[in-house]
Design a protein around this ligand. Structure first.
Ligand code: 8YV
Length: 316
């Protein structure tokens, strides 16, 4: 079994009893490509992260591989079709991270709309010289209209939280969620209508060929000048240059980003120069309980496949 990032020993130890486990040991870096290729070429199982590109080249030169278990619900880092064609089982970690990621989405909405990061940074920098009547004024969440693009498990968990803030919820999704429409009063909208009417536009869709670049200059132009845009899904869903222009020219009010097209984001990324951008380092699922639960799912799936049993959360 090869593990591509250093994981806590408690998550890995149960595997060591019955299997030969190798793990990339550097805490602060992801495994270099050449090491990953070398390790994968003899491994029966790979425990992978979003930062690993599990592509055709890797899969085709790893003849022993039976299972790839990804520490994420998203799996856009894995060539699923090639894995399938080679009889490799791929699994992910849905459900256990839903509520934690929805909490983060709400936190980022609050941070961005009420300028919390900026306010804290200024205080720590000694900039709190006096209170000013219009200092740090932002946008309200309560009774605002929330538009959710991608109404899967996490989207719905965000929408449920919004009820506590008396928000109206619009959603756009490939398929209608009739049950939550009638149970919670969430309203389906075509994308253009959602963009035009929402005070908060939150992206929670997976990265697919359909969603890549979905939020482009045209989509941003439809949004209100007072809108707050939030992305806790994948950076590539947004055209970052178009987002920069819209924010710079104040055609939308602010953006909160937990994700970027290229991660970790480079310090000279233009979006980081804007005062109306709030950023986080991709921490949607980062609670202790959730990360350990995700690891347990991965570990169990690897054992299941290696023992000839059916794993949960099978993607191929
Ligand atoms: C990842 C995520 O778990 O689950 C996903 O798809 O984006 C995060 O929760 C995190 O980036 C670790 O890979």
């Amino acid at each position: 079994i090869y593990i591509t990032r250093r994981l806590p020993e408690e998550a890995v130890a149960p595997l060591r009893e019955n299997y030969e486990v190798r793990m990339w040991s550097e805490e602060a870096s992801s495994v270099p490509r050449d090491v990953l290729l070398e390790e994968a070429s003899t491994a029966h199982a790979l425990w992978t992260m979003l930062s690993d590109s599990i592509d055709r080249e890797l899969i085709e030169q790893s003849p022993n591989l039976k299972v790839i278990s990804n520490l994420a619900v998203g799996y856009n880092n894995i060539d699923i079709e090639t894995a399938k064609a080679n009889g490799i089982i791929v699994t992910n970690t849905p459900d256990v991270l839903t509520e934690t990621t929805a909490d983060l989405a709400f936190g980022l909405m609050m941070m961005t709309a009420r300028r919390l990061g900026e306010a804290e940074r200024d205080l720590r920098a000694g900039e709190w010289k006096s209170w000013t009547p219009m200092g740090y004024v932002g946008m309200d969440l309560y009774r605002a209209k929330l538009g959710i693009i991608g109404m899967g498990r996490i989207g719905e968990a965000v929408a449920r939280r919004a009820r506590g803030f008396d928000m109206d919820v619009l959603y756009h999704n490939r398929t209608r969620r009739h049950e939550s429409e009638s149970m919670y009063g969430f309203v389906y909208a075509e994308l253009d209508k959602l963009l035009a009417e929402s005070d908060f536009v939150v992206v929670l869709a997976p990265l697919t060929e359909e969603t890549r670049g979905l939020i482009d200059a045209k989509a941003l132009a439809k949004m209100k000048s007072t809108a707050v845009f939030i992305n806790v899904a994948r950076g590539e869903i947004v055209d970052e240059e178009a987002l920069y222009d819209a924010l710079h020219e104040k055609r939308i009010w602010a953006a909160g980003l937990d994700v970027f097209a290229k991660e970790p984001v480079s310090m000279d990324h233009p979006l980081l120069t804007l005062p109306n951008v709030t950023t986080l380092p991709h921490i949607g699922s980062a609670s202790i309980k959730t990360r350990l639960a995700m690891m347990e799912l991965n570990r169990q799936a690897i054992v299941n496949v290696l023992e000839g049993e059916e794993p949960k959360n099978r993607l191929t």
